[in-house]
Write a protein that binds this ligand. Sequence first.
Ligand code: SAM
Length: 301
Amino acid sequence: MAQDEQQKKHQFGGEWTTVKLKVLSDYLQSYTNALKKAPFHKLYIDAFAGTGYRDIRREGDDVASQSILFPDMVEPEPQSFLAGSARLALQVEPGFDQYIFIERNPEWCIHLESLKSEFPGLTNKVSILQGDANTKIQELCARDWRHNRAVLFLDPYGMQVEWKTIEAIAHTKAIDLWLLFPLGIGVNRLLTKSGEIPKSWRRRLSLLLGSEGWYDEFYKVESMPTLFGDDKERVVKATMETIGRYFTNRLKDIFAGVAKEPGVLRNSANNPLYLLCFAVGNERGKDIALRIAQHLLREVR
Ligand SMILES: C[S@@+](CC[C@H](N)C(=O)[O-])C[C@H]1O[C@@H](n2cnc3c(N)ncnc32)[C@H](O)[C@@H]1O
């Protein structure tokens, strides 16, 4: 199938995709402007890069193994053929010194390769790494970051990101992180109402949240007096607001700064799908980075 045809075939994502990409692209623009004269090697890292065309559920995407457990919330909507995060990053001027695109699907990596020909001046600056985002980011973060600064975008469909990856990013003290936290599409729905959660779901939640402490944060046992003079216990599950606060507080524990109010990306029925979170790794760059990010996030309520 011709590339254009294939990419047009399974596009999905609604207004929230536009919002997410607008925030990212505006931030990248402000970032490269602000650091134009700074003596750092500046990188853009896109860890769930796709094809360069926007948020397309493509033929060959293995939905189950990607843990997008509740795809019913993301309604397919016909869209025009628009730039995805990798392409938007390449369009930013002044540009970055290096672009690293990570993508697990080998076929999408070929599309990313062909993106290079559209930006001939940047060809030598673009690396495409095929593989798992968690592994690749942890490897990159283990390098010496003293002379580097980066913006890293984590845009998974579902529950793929692991807390130890987020810790490795924070540890560099050089990376500004934009992250889609799968609040409505994943976490809130794995947290069953009864509090009885299958073992594999618990494991996924712990990998993302970085500890098993989430259970006691998200479930409280309440005692209610009955008409017969005894007490009845019931399990009360946390609201999405509490779940979101828990995660942003976890980020605050490891980053120099975190945007106070993440953006809320909603589907057309107004249900929250993801939180668009921002965290900054470097103490010295923190204030300006947060000011810009918070200004952009104000539009995403
Ligand atoms: C939401 S899409 C990314 C969209 C892209 N940021 C854009 O704006 O066009 C998620 C992508 O992550 C890829 N992916 C899924 N699991 C992955 C993993 N563990 N490591 C790397 N890439 C993965 C999928 O193949 C898919 O292309």
